[in-house]
Design a protein. Structure first.
Length: 169
């Protein structure tokens, strides 16, 4: 009769191998973390550019309607998305909460709309203009360098995303 001898050695990782893998993963995580941590500023700045585009499209649409519809030109008023915008003599929306709402940037939802500068953490707001700040930075010093401004006193209006990915961190 033939007797077989079983090998009792078990397969698997040693404790040293597991510790080495954990250390390597820790080093990789520590290297990657700063890259992901700075993405907030990039996202806020991209959001500002989207808001700038929305305001620009709304102003252009209102001006086009002003040019082709005599009743809008006479009334200097236009209703968009259940929001009535007042138009200036050039046919562009005046700077108020309504132009931001018509652009889909309602005050207090994603952005805070400023019509005046009152405290040190508010963005600069010139006369007859508005500034919009992402809600995530309202009341911080970052709001003074990361905002969108809408100035209808020029024709066409000046709409600018102020800041950068670094300023919006």
């Amino acid at each position: 009769m033939k007797v077989s001898i079983k090998n009792n050695a078990q397969g698997g990782f040693t404790l040293i191998e597991l510790i080495v893998v954990i250390v390597i993963l820790g080093i990789l995580a520590a290297t990657a973390l700063p890259k992901f941590a700075s993405m907030g500023g990039d996202a806020r700045y991209a959001s500002l550019n989207a808001a700038r585009g929305s305001l620009s499209a709304t102003a252009a649409m209102a001006h086009a309607k002003y040019l082709v519809d005599p009743s809008v030109a006479k009334a200097l008023s236009l209703t968009v998305e259940d929001t009535t915008m007042t138009l200036n003599a050039s046919g562009y929306p005046v700077a108020d909460l309504n132009v931001a709402a018509a652009a889909g940037l309602k005050d207090g939802i994603d952005y805070k709309v400023y019509t005046a500068h009152s405290v040190a953490t508010d963005p600069p707001v010139a006369t007859n203009t508005i500034s919009l700040v992402p809600n995530s930075i309202v009341g911080t010093t970052t709001a003074t360098t990361c905002y969108v401004s809408y100035d209808p006193t020029t024709s066409p209006p000046t709409i600018k995303a102020n800041g950068s990915a670094t300023n919006c961190n």
